[in-house]
Design a protein around this ligand. Structure first.
Ligand SMILES: Nc1ncnc2c1ncn2[C@@H]1O[C@H](COP(=O)(O)OP(=O)(O)OP(=O)(O)O)[C@@H](O)[C@H]1O
Ligand SMILES: CC(C)(CO)[C@@H](O)C(=O)NCCC(=O)O
Length: 393
């Protein structure tokens, strides 16, 4: 009898214990789900992974600054972990809902970034990140397998338009142009950088030329309506690729610095080189660029007397002149007067923007105007961020 009672008591204790344990486990699980729902930091990010660069924006909410402590630590560590120039601290946007920060990294280093996230256990608070650009497709498995983060795919052009519209509405001095485009074909001249405020009633339609690795050209007819009217494979990737191939410069920033000092006439052939002066019949002055890199074709030893900085400058002028012409022709075809240029090719690249301004003014006989943005390379990532932060709109 005693044995039966003992067995019954033990069984009861075990069953009760199991029920309690199960309940606790359930509670823990519930708590974990709530914790994740509350701390799903992925919604504070927008990622744009392109052919050359990855762009990350994150929102630090005004009412919950401390919550993002780890994210801040990660960003600061990660940016010095790649390159200081990749951090755009001075570009942060202050909005009523919080601050938006911007970070850039090389797409080729993405695996390193993922490994860093895993190493720091940073991914524990992130289930999904909205992501745009080709990398949203190409790297979704990498994120899923290594850190269990889902990349929520967003279309790159839709995000570009969304981010662009947001910046145009919220950042008062975002757009600028060059007035009195008295430049020559080398992008030299006295044109003055001027902030432009265009009222929304006069904004549409316009042409948007996004110069990334390649170039996409969109006709934008309203805040949400656009079509991709053209594109060219001769873009920022071409410039960087040819620079690395033909000169000693190993990075975009090095090439930019060098191109300021370079003289493209050492490499290019001008109308003057061919005519010995102006080609007056068709109003082509002697200093007009006749053939990019043309001089190199006439020399037995092309590199003699040519400096790497001349090559960097000439490449910059070649790529930019071509994009300017394609943009002008596209604007004509699409019946738009204003052309906006964006994309990271224009980052800290005043020679290129001045040259584009000149090209548009020159080809259109001053009927069209080129405009630029201070946050030129982050619209896609911003658009991705906005998919979960409609309140910011
Ligand atoms: N730090 C940098 N490292 C490399 N390229 C840079 C850097 N800064 C500016 N660039 C220029 O920006 C270009 C990439 O621009 P962007 O980030 O807009 O395009 P992407 O998203 O990589 O390309 P795509 O949209 O065609 O996939 C490079 O090809 C280069 O010309
Ligand atoms: C392929 C994309 C859209 C990727 O961003 C871009 O690099 C691009 O527009 N390239 C030019 C493709 C074309 O010739 O239309």
């Amino acid at each position: 009898m005693l044995a039966v009672v003992t067995r019954f008591a033990v069984a009861t204790v075990v069953v009760v214990g199991l029920v309690v344990l199960r309940k606790r486990k359930l509670q823990r699980l519930q708590a974990r789900i709530i914790y994740h729902r509350d701390k799903d930091l992925g919604r504070r990010f927008g990622l744009d992974v392109g052919g050359t660069l990855g762009k990350l924006v994150y929102l630090e909410k005004a009412d919950a600054a401390t919550e993002l402590g780890d994210v801040h630590t990660f960003m600061l560590a990660n940016t010095s972990y790649s390159k200081s120039s990749m951090r755009d601290a001075d570009m942060a946007l202050s909005l009523p809902g919080g601050q938006v920060h911007f970070v850039r990294f090389e797409t080729s280093k993405l695996e390193g970034v993922v490994e860093f996230v895993r190493h720091r256990c940073f991914h524990r608070d992130i289930r999904a990140i909205p992501c745009t650009g080709g990398g949203a497709f190409k790297f979704s498995k990498l994120f899923e397998d290594h850190v269990g983060i889902t990349l929520e795919k967003c279309d790159e052009l839709a995000c570009l338009i969304q981010g662009l519209g947001f910046v145009m509405r919220h950042v008062p001095d975002e757009c600028y142009t060059f007035k009195n485009v008295a430049l020559n074909h080398q992008g030299m001249g006295e044109a003055t950088k001027t902030i432009v405020h265009t009222p929304t009633s006069e904004l549409y339609p316009f042409l948007l030329v996004n110069i990334g690795s390649g170039v996409s050209i969109l006709k934008v007819t309203s805040a949400t309506e656009y079509s991709r009217v053209s594109g060219t494979s001769l873009g920022g990737g071409t410039y960087l690729g040819l620079c690395k191939l033909l000169s000693k410069y190993k990075s975009f920033d090095e090439a930019m610095v060098a191109s300021i000092a370079g003289d493209s006439n050492a490499v290019d052939m001008t109308v003057g080189d061919i005519y010995g002066g102006n080609y007056t019949q068709f109003n082509l002055s002697a200093d007009t660029l006749a053939s990019s890199f043309g001089k190199m074709g006439t020399k037995y030893e092309p590199k003699s007397g040519v400096k790497d900085e001349d090559v960097a400058r000439s490449l910059l002028i070649m790529i930019t002149t071509n994009i300017g012409q394609v943009a002008y022709l596209s604007a004509q075809r699409s019946d738009t007067q204003r052309i906006y240029f964006c994309g990271n090719f224009l980052r800290q690249n005043e020679i290129a923007s001045r040259q584009l301004a000149y090209a548009i003014d020159y080809w259109s006989k001053s009927k069209m105007q080129a405009q630029f943005f201070h946050h030129e390379g982050f619209f896609g990532a911003l658009g991705a961020l906005l998919t979960h932060n409609q309140d910011l709109l």
